[in-house]
Design a protein around this ligand. Structure first.
Ligand code: 1CP
Length: 335
């Protein structure tokens, strides 16, 4: 949903061969192939593992499937004491296919670009686990949160532990950076965000391996709709804060200072405009952040990215325009 996906014809071909989304994700060769497709096509600067955030609740026994055109569905949802009591950190062996894919992708990349591993945040995974799939109003998960915060905390504690173990296994398998997608953190009220989302992202970061084979593993936290809580997020032990398109990068930079890089934040819908407008909007994002640091290491730099997943109807040639513009213009800015 960030690089690979249905907007690419080569992805649709491989997915048809695999028969289903999970057929694609659980097959090492297919997962490797689709991870590399956008890298080969566009010359991107990093690869992101082809998998999904929902593999973790699937491994917890909730029964994941992706119905064409309907999005993810779980056979069982978690909404009452009995189902919460059954939840536990899954045996990481059930997710072996993800770690095998990481190792295989590293081999296939052969040092061309670094590989980013990822997970959903405890809160974002809980949304799907309680709702049983995607939701437009988060009614079930918010009812549980307000009525039985004790059960909600129980789910989130299990998720935090599961997600940390999942990231650690990806790092051991060769992931060179990790990203936590808190895609639905922004649907929470102020106060609820800190208690039910941020606190558990913090736990995940505390339990995640900092280095592997002498290399620091950078950690990225992306909260869609989380711009108003960037100040709270500076308490996180991570290196990069991902932001969506509602955030002004210059103000965000002033707020987070040198301790964090910022990742983002083009509105994915820009990619439906004509190429000249795509290029203009890409330059606008780079200008908003301003001159990046010129030193080495982490610091107040900018990692260009979309502010959310890529829409399945995106014209692929506009992504080419975007990548070319970002490369050209950001090199110009660094001169
Ligand atoms: O190259 C890549 O895109 C990397 C693999 C990747 C990533 C990082 C996929 C494959 N999904 C994700 C993350 C993900 N999955 C998020 C975070 C998105 C963000 O904040 O940017 C979310 C919310 C999901 C859950 C999910 N997976 C949905 C539901 C979205 C919703 O609105 O509730 C759906 C439809 C999927 C399916 C999926 N996962 C990935 C792809 C390419 C697809 C769609 C293509 C298909 O069905 O074949």
């Amino acid at each position: 949903m960030r690089q690979a996906g249905r907007y690419l014809a080569e992805y649709r071909d491989t997915r048809a061969k695999a028969g289903s989304f999970m057929g694609l994700a659980t097959n090492t060769d297919f997962a490797t192939e689709v991870t590399l497709q956008p890298i080969d096509r566009y010359g991107l600067d990093a690869a992101i593992l082809f998998s999904d955030i929902l593999t973790v609740p699937d491994a917890m026994g909730l029964g994941l499937s992706f119905v064409n055109g309907e999005g993810p569905k779980f056979e069982r949802h978690v909404r009452d004491e009995a189902s919460v009591a059954l939840l536990k950190v899954p045996d990481m062996d059930k997710l072996r296919y993800v770690f095998d894919a990481v190792t295989s992708i590293r081999k296939a990349l052969n040092g061309r670009v670094p590989l980013i591993g990822f997970t959903g945040s405890p809160w974002t995974l809980a949304c799907y686990m309680v709702e049983g799939g995607s939701s437009s109003d988060y009614r079930a998960v918010k009812s549980l949160m307000y009525q039985r915060p004790d059960l909600m905390h129980q789910i989130l504690s299990v998720n935090a532990e599961a997600v940390a173990a999942y990231l650690n296994a990806q790092i051991a398998a060769g992931a060179q950076a990790v990203m936590i997608f808190d895609s639905w953190g922004g649907v929470l009220a102020d106060g609820a965000f800190q208690e039910f989302s941020l606190a558990y992202t913090k736990q995940v970061l505390e339990k995640t391996t900092r280095t592997h084979e002498g290399q620091t593993i950078p950690r990225i936290v992306f909260t869609k709709g989380g711009g108003q809580w960037l100040g709270d997020m500076t308490a996180l032990n991570c290196d990069v804060l991902g932001v969506d398109w509602t955030v002004n990068l210059q103000r965000a930079r002033a707020l987070v200072g040198d301790r964090f890089a910022l990742q983002g934040n083009l509105d994915p819908m820009v990619l439906f405009a004509d190429p000249a407008s795509v290029a203009k909007q890409a330059r606008r994002v780079l200008d908003d952040f301003g001159q990046p640091h010129t030193g080495t290491g982490c610091g107040a730099t900018h990692i260009f990215n979309l502010g959310h997943g890529i829409n399945q109807h995106t014209p692929p040639e506009n992504v080419a325009t975007l990548v070319e513009t970002v490369h050209e213009y950001s090199r110009q800015m660094r001169r």
